[in-house]
Structures are given as C-alpha cells and as structure tokens.
Write a protein that binds this ligand. Structure first.
Ligand SMILES: Cc1cc2nc3c(=O)[nH]c(=O)nc-3n(C[C@H](O)[C@H](O)[C@H](O)COP(=O)(O)OP(=O)(O)OC[C@H]3O[C@@H](n4cnc5c(N)ncnc54)[C@H](O)[C@@H]3O)c2cc1C
Length: 438
C-alpha cells in the first residue's frame, strides 16, 4: 500500500516517549487532526525523565503524567514500548513507512569533569544516582551504598539540588513517593550526615530555581551552612530572579546552627581539582584562592550536566552531543524533508518540562509547513510496526503499559502510596503482561 500525495493521512513516527515526544504527538494531532502518530520508546514505560529524572518527592510535577497519558490514549496515537531505534528498527525502515520521523531521544549520559580520580569507586555520576533512586530498569537498585558520613555533590544546578536533597532529607519523608522499596531501605541505612554542594563559581551564578532552593532551606532536621564571605563581591545590580537566589543563599549564611542531625554545606568559588583516593574515594580536592583544600568526603556525586548519546542511523554532532538541526529539521539525514528533532536531544539538556512543549510546537509547525514535500514521499504504511512485531518478542503497547501502570498503583496500596515503581526489566515486562517464558 503506497500513499500518494492526495492519499491517506499524514503518518509520523516519534522516537522517544519522553515529554518532548509526547508533546510532539499532541501538537501534531491538534494542529493537523487525523495525523497518525506512532510513538516508540526503548523502555516498556513512557514519559522519559518525567518518570526517571524528576525527583520522587516532587510529586506534583510527576502528576503531569496524567496529562501525557491522555495524549497516548488519543485514537490516532499509538505507543510501542521496548523498541529501540538502532536495535529493533532502523531509521531507513521508519522513513519507508512514515512521511516524517521526529527524534526525541533525550540526553542520557553525564558530562565528565575531566579531573583525576573521577572514575574511583564512590565517585558516582548524577545520571546514575538519579536513575537509581527513580528505579530505572537499566540500573541495579542494590549496589549504591551510602556508607560514608560525608558526601560531595558537584554542580550548582537543580539536578545537584535534587541529588543533595535525596541524600540529606529524612528518608521517611520519601515513604509517600514512588521510590522502590530497595531504594528506601538503602536511604534508611545511609550513613551520610554532611552533604557538601561544591561549585566553581559564586552565588550569583547558580542555576537553581528559587522554589527548589527555598525547599532545600526548609528541610526538617537539616542545617544549611554557607560562608558569608562568599557574598563579598556579589554585584548589587542583578536580574530579579538572580537577586532572589542570592538573597535566599545570603539568608542561609546568617543562620545559627540548630544542632540538627544533618547538615548541608554550600561551597562557592571551589573548583574541584581531583577526587582523592587509592581504592575508593577518600576526599575531594578543591581549589580555594591560591591553595587547595581537601573535603573529607567518602562519596562524590558529579552533577555538571546531561549529554546526548549517538543513535545508529541518526546524525550526531559529537562536539555538542546533540542531533544537529536547522529550523528543527535534522541536518545530514537520509531525506531532504522528513527528519526532525525536538527536546533535549536537539537543544541540549536545558529547560524544564514546559520548555519541551513550546519546542515541540515549533518543530511541528515546521513539519506541517513541509507537508507538500512530506506527502509527496512514497511510503508504505504499516511496514515498520510489522517489522517491530516480528523482531520484538515483548512489544509493549498501550494495553501493556496500562497493565504495568495498574501494577504500580496496586503496589502503592501496600505502603500506602499513590504508586510504587516496578523497577527491573523482568518485572516491568511481566507486569505488562508477558510471562518470563514468552
Ligand atoms: C534529574 C532531573 C530532574 C529534573 N527535574 C525537573 C523538574 O523538577 N521540573 C521540570 O520541569 N523539569 C525537570 N527536569 C527536566 C526534564 O526532565 C526535561 O526537560 C525533559 O524530560 C526532557 O524531555 P525529552 O523528551 O527531551 O527527553 P527524555 O525525558 O529524556 O525522554 C527521552 C526518551 O527517549 C527514549 N529513548 C532514548 N533513546 C532511544 C532509542 N534509541 N530508541 C527509542 N527510545 C529512545 C528514552 O527511553 C526516553 O523515554 C529534570 C531533569 C533531570 C535530568
């Protein structure tokens, strides 16, 4: 079956069911009703970093999943989980079936610090730690052992704040969240009493958002400690949102100790120069003025950014770790019109969930502007899903995901919670309706 220009509906494959991918599907079906959208994801569950990045104690944000769910329930949208582009299907095969393909595969690896010792045991990438506490099936939930009294978190962004907050907050406060039981047990057994947030630059350069920063300053059982000297050279004229951040941090610097059982220290102007240790982390060397000081930490969490990873068959800008685009169209792709990108894989790992919504809208506007070119492409509808069905034994469709979702909600009743994550591949696929012998 070949679709000529005047023929059937526009057919689009979206690769990556994170916020960007689902917003693309939403925008396509709203702006061009009748568009058939197939959304593929390598995981059995949709929602990307909404599920596997956003901190479990930010439950309000996680509720956005119900909005995204409505999109994949749209009658002209289909979800196919456990399908990896480059492993189970190729770009060429997608382009032979769909008028357009939109890459929304996100940014899933960590930016290295490039300092000695960063590979030592006990030096952990934020990507790994976040995936662990979010119950990502690619991480083994058992091995992160929080067995040292002091830990450093390197970075001055919201992910660093998330990591520090999960490490320092009373784990009982995480009981009403979706963290897997094994993560909760590890956090309960944690020896960490002091967390040091370490940043290269000064208070006026932090990338936190004010809500998250204030939340950190209000945690029960935690004293926040900042050296007032760090504010000596902060310019008096700053943008309004920066002023708020600086004033919040300055207020921390004047707080008296309450003798709280756990402490959060913020170190500005402290570029890390080495993770110290022989067999495992024993300290973090930071630059202080003209000298070097060693923080006596036994764990180091590196949180200086997320980077994209190449996907076979998709052009990749190795320097910027993104899919290269011009006006949302992929550069260097297989067809002149037909390949687009949205979300973190296109912009780099910046911006909140909402940023992906407007970004997806812009991508879709360009895609629909290309409609005459797209509809002129010779495609054979149905071939890609046929291939996927023949190659993927445990293909998770909307029904499968809904069954997994229901299993997580049922697990929540035991704790009792809204839901608790099912976190291994085997358990996720089994909850989605596949037995281990399927
Ligand atoms: C730790 C952390 C905390 C955050 N907290 C917040 C917050 O509190 N509030 C907020 O607004 N924003 C937050 N964000 C930002 C937000 O998560 C991102 O803006 C958003 O998730 C980016 O969406 P995306 O769809 O581009 O990428 P992702 O969410 O990463 O989705 C990409 C999807 O592509 C899939 N994929 C990857 N490769 C393939 C492949 N080869 N084949 C098929 N599928 C593939 C992945 O499985 C994934 O589902 C946070 C981000 C992080 C990392």
């Amino acid at each position: 079956m070949t679709s000529p220009a005047a023929g059937g509906p526009l057919r689009v494959a979206v690769v990556g069911a994170g916020p960007a991918g689902i917003y693309v599907a939403d925008s396509l079906t709203k702006k061009n009703p009748g568009t058939e959208v197939d959304v593929f994801d390598r995981l059995p569950a949709p929602f990307g970093l909404l599920r596997y990045g956003i901190a479990p104690d930010h439950m309000k944000m996680k509720n956005l999943a119900s909005t995204l769910q409505k999109v994949i329930e749209n009658p002209t949208v289909r979800f196919f989980g456990n399908v990896e582009l480059g492993r189970d299907i190729t770009t060429t095969e997608l382009l032979a079936d769909y008028h357009a393909v939109v890459y929304t595969v996100g940014a899933s690896t960590d930016r290295p610090m490039g300092i000695p010792g960063e590979e030592l045991p006990g030096s952990i990438a934020a990507t790994e730690f976040v995936a662990w506490y979010c119950g990502h099936p690619d991480t083994d939930v058992a091995p992160i052992s929080l067995d040292r009294p002091q830990a450093a978190v390197i970075g001055l962004g919201n992910v660093a704040l998330d990591v520090a907050r999960i490490l320092i907050r009373d784990p009982e406060e995480l009981v009403p969240t979706d963290v897997p039981d094994s993560v909760l047990d590890a956090l309960r057994a944690s020896q960490i009493r002091d967390v040091h947030i370490v940043g290269r630059r000064g208070p006026e350069h932090v990338k936190f958002t004010i809500k998250e920063l204030r939340e950190m300053g209000e945690l029960d059982g935690v004293d926040v400690i900042v050296d007032p000297a760090h504010f000596a050279n902060v310019p008096s004229e700053l943008e309004k949102n920066v002023t708020k951040l600086v004033e919040e941090l300055r207020s921390w610097s004047t707080r008296e100790s309450t003798g709280a059982p756990r402490r959060l220290h913020v170190h500005f102007f402290a570029p890390p120069v080495a993770v110290v240790g022989t067999d495992r982390v024993e300290g973090l060397a930071i630059k202080r003025g003209d000298g070097v000081e060693e923080l006596p930490v036994g764990l180091v969490f590196r949180s200086i950014g997320y980077l994209g990873v190449p996907v076979p068959g998709v052009p990749f800008d190795a320097e910027n770790k993104i899919v290269p685009t011009a006006e949302h169209r992929v550069l260097g792709g297989q067809v002149e019109f037909g390949e687009y990108a949205a979300g973190w894989v296109k912009r780099g790992a910046t911006g909140v969930i909402g940023t992906n919504r407007s970004d997806a809208d812009h991508t879709v506007e360009v895609l629909l502007g290309d409609l005459p070119h797209l509809m002129a492409r010779q495609v054979t509808p149905g071939t890609a899903v046929e291939l996927v069905q023949s190659r993927v034994d445990k293909l998770v469709t909307l029904d499968g995901w809904n069954a997994l979702d229901a299993a997580e909600i049922a697990l929540g009743e035991e704790r009792p919670n809204a839901r608790v994550k099912v976190h291994t591949w085997a358990d996720m696929l089994s909850a989605a309706g596949f037995s281990s012998t399927d």
